[in-house]
Ligand binder design. Sequence first.
Ligand code: NAP
Length: 320
Amino acid sequence: MKAIRVHAFGGPEVLKLEDVPTPRASAGQVLIRVKATGVNPYDTYMRNGTYAIKPPLPYTPGSDAAGTIEAVGDGVTRFKPGDRVYTANTVTGAYAEHTVALESQVNPLPDRASFSQGAGLWVPYGTAYHALRHHADARGGETVLVHGASGGVGLAAVQIARALGMRILGTGGTPQGLDLARREGAHQVFDHGAAGYQEAILAATGGQGVDVILEMLANVNLGADLKLLARQGRVVVIGSRGDATITPRDLMTRRASVRAFTLWSITPPEEREVHAAIFTGLENGTLRPVVGKELPLAEAAQAHKDVMAPGAFGKIVLLP
Ligand code: NAP
């Protein structure tokens, strides 16, 4: 089969399309024919060798595949050949024509979702749900600022927050990204490149501040975020690419807090809840992954450049 292999950490050019043996499913594992693979920012940090998790070389990147079950190993009971599925991590890597995953890493994909949409589920929707429900304890009637609403996690957060009955303020950096965030459920949108947009956000809350902020770029925004919070407000740091300076008194005077996580540390009960919510949301149409760009697997290097470029528009997906 064809797979992307990384033999040395480095820039996008280290992603090589190669012929490798098709993996086999051992006991407790399934073999998936991959129809689409989601590209996430962390794939690029891992490829660079700068991420907290450094896989042994060579490796095949990717955690988010969607496709059909081709074979099941001994003891697998939840799936049979032909089933449509998506993965939440894999054993052999998702940037490939086939991937092997543990039965526990695989979840059913409702007919209503395309394979490309299925490739945009685990990291984006898992992160957004985990942030809103398990870290922010977000409630209907509260106001959430999705700081970076035009990308994979942000759009997922907008849709989930809408389903929870929240009021949603979203930011993006392009008119297209802002339109998309509005179309997917944001009540008001703000250009995070425009001077004074934080004041406009505060004004949109009547000066009260927002209850929850989901932050995609904490190194740029965290200090200013704290001044946008309501009493008892919570910032959840989802993404950060450097250090930040804050004024602790902004937290003290509001009884506010900053929380943070990586999706790798989600607990099994939390993860079960996430997948149940994803399945139901896809079935009833409240969750609709937005696929902004589809590229052939051979163009993985281009996809890695695109996912780090400004002007996000939903998910970038690779098609093996
Ligand atoms: P993405 O699809 O590339 O989207 C990036 C988002 O960040 C876009 O909405 C982008 O807006 C926005 N952005 C750019 N500049 C910004 C600024 N100054 N202020 C606020 N937002 C800004 O990436 P993603 O998959 O949604 O992931 C978002 C971040 O979360 C990444 O850093 C990723 O590594 C991280 N993440 C963390 C976890 C975790 O476990 N903690 C899980 C998933 C993702 P424009 O392009 O429109 O300007």
